[in-house]
Design a protein around this ligand. Structure first.
Ligand code: FAD
Length: 499
């Protein structure tokens, strides 16, 4: 049974975390551990029902194909599928690992294409690598690592597709960088007319800007040229501080040219909720010599996942975990290569509780308003019915490129993982709480991330992404028949396109 058609229950735990491991006995450095349940009223999995990693997005598709060739063979297959979909008047959407959580990678009664290609060519002279759209990050790291290079920016978790990372414009934790799109030099796109268009900041710039963070609505990316950086050995530094001071301290670390990677965490223990913060920053290690091969999670990291799961409903375990992360981990963890820190899989773990599900949220906060964000979260989250298990903080520099941009200035990205009871009551509570958090973040001049659950109202989406109408109008100009379509388009953008 494929992952997309499988009903994921809490028994299936998606966990990441090598860096975190290295960084602190917690699940996933930005690699958010996630457990997802299937809604009680979902249609049963079947050959024509696809789902995403949430397990909460069952969609009946007309056709599902996987493309594993690269180059001309992939292009021919995609052209054929696109032509068939257009002739039948069906929507068409491309995807890779389908870890977006609101059916952004699916199409009702449409053609869904999964791209899974393993290749990457290194161009040392130009400090870039060329990858097919469906290459997974694990393969990119493997090839770059062997040549002494590393992706300049990638999201946490190496199971995802490179073009997907561009289409959600994901961010990572190397500093001080903008989202992944800032490191993409050019790409080739199969458009709705069946043409292949090369686009970059210099050529077809509007298409490039709309495709970056455009959730597959402008065409199918075929391949990309992406910037790379020398791999290196890094040494962690751990600092704790009052949560209200984190914004200032994080920006200082992100702007320090010696710091190469950085992330933060907040204490989620209810009795001391969001009072203390941890900042972990990595600097080049002084040792010289041959770099070890990139590895993933270590034993301590895997063991820490069990502590992580035991946090559900237990303030004592949350407090224990915070102590491990802030006081024990700094004594245990030493140097690691940049590639090892990035090379974390989404692992599977059985936590034995089918009555709960894990849900990710992410908010982008102006650093100078971080203390207000902490205060808002302290008001909204503990009074809800939800159990917050983790929050990871990262730095994202200004994004001057994409139309649907979330970083209109430097931002602190706050990634939250909640454990949610599988009940109507809990779902309604999560819906309400998400909207309230979005409202509070919008009032601070921040925004929220689009690949997760579609709880935001269309009005909140429009306020969070003010260029939505420009994006929709541009999409309509390059795809007048609206062939590239998903439930994300239907819920948040279709109305714009009609005006
Ligand atoms: C455990 C976990 C950890 C995460 N960590 C991070 C993180 O560190 N930073 C961050 O920013 N985000 C993070 N995310 C969000 C993640 O980046 C997105 O969910 C991403 O889309 C996952 O990649 P995927 O291959 O599963 O994408 P998919 O869900 O398959 O696709 C995502 C979007 O890209 C489009 N797309 C994919 N391939 C193509 C193509 N060839 N042409 C055109 N469109 C295409 C799809 O249509 C869809 O709209 C995380 C998510 C999870 C579940």
């Amino acid at each position: 049974m494929s992952k997309g058609t499988r009903a994921l229950t809490r028994r299936t735990l998606l966990v990441g975390g090598g860096a975190v491991l290295g960084a602190g006995l917690v699940v996933g450095l930005g690699a958010e551990p996630a457990v997802f349940g299937r809604p009680p009223d979902a249609p049963p999995p079947g050959p024509d029902i696809l789902n995403d990693a949430s397990g909460l997005s069952p969609v009946k598709v007309a056709r599902h194909v996987t493309v594993s060739d690269s180059g001309d063979a992939a292009l021919a297959a995609l052209r054929r599928e696109l032509g068939d979909a257009k002739s039948a008047g069906r929507p068409f959407i491309a995807s890779a690992a389908r870890h977006s959580m609101g059916a952004q990678s699916l199409a009702h009664e449409g053609t869904a294409v999964t791209l899974h290609q393993n290749a990457a060519e290194i161009d040392t002279a130009n400090e870039l690598y060329r990858v097919p759209a469906g290459a997974r990050w694990i393969e990119v790291i493997r090839r770059l690592d062997a040549a002494g290079w590393s992706p300049t920016v990638m999201q946490s978790n190496n199971d995802f597709g490179v073009a997907s990372t561009f289409c959600v414009n994901a961010h990572g934790w190397p500093v001080a960088h903008g989202p992944f799109g800032s490191t993409v030099r050019s790409l080739r796109l199969l458009t709705a007319s069946g043409e292949v268009v090369e686009c970059s900041r210099e050529r077809e710039a509007d298409l490039f800007r709309a495709t970056m963070g455009g959730y597959g609505l402008t065409g199918v990316i075929l391949d990309l040229d992406v910037a790379m950086t020398r791999n290196m050995l890094l040494q962690p530094r751990f600092e704790t501080m009052p949560a209200a001071e984190f914004g200032t301290r994080f920006i200082e670390a992100a702007k320090d040219p010696v710091v190469r990677m950085a992330y933060g965490r907040l204490d989620v223990t209810l009795s001391s909720f969001f009072e203390e913060a941890l900042l972990v920053s990595y600097r080049p290690a002084s040792e010289e010599g041959t770099l070890p091969e990139a590895v993933g999670s270590g034993f301590l990291s895997r063991a820490s996942r069990y502590v992580f799961r035991e946090q559900v409903g237990s303030d004592a375990v949350k407090s224990l975990r915070w102590g491990i992360e802030t006081r024990v981990a700094p004594k245990l963890y030493g140097g690691a290569t940049r590639n090892s820190l990035l090379n974390e899989p989404v692992a599977t773990l059985d936590d034995g509780d089918p009555s709960r599900t894990d849900i990710l949220h992410e908010y982008f906060v102006p650093p100078e308003r971080f203390a207000d964000f902490v205060a808002a979260c302290r008001e909204v989250i503990p009074s809800s019915y939800q159990d917050l298990l983790n929050i990871t903080l990262r730095f994202v520099a200004d994004d001057p490129d994409s139309l649907l941009r979330y970083a209109t200035g430097p931002r602190i990205a706050a990634v939250m993982l909640f454990s949610q009871e599988m009940s109507l009551r809990a779902e309604q509570d999560m819906d309400r709480m998400t909207r309230e958090l979005i409202e509070r973040v919008l009032a601070l001049g921040g925004t929220y991330y689009l690949p997760y659950r579609p709880h935001a109202t269309p009005d909140q989406f429009r306020r969070a992404y003010p260029d939505h109408a420009r994006f929709a109008a541009f999409k309509r100009s390059v795809d007048p028949a609206l062939t590239f379509r998903s439930p994300f388009w239907d819920r948040y953008l279709a109305e714009d396109a009609a005006t």
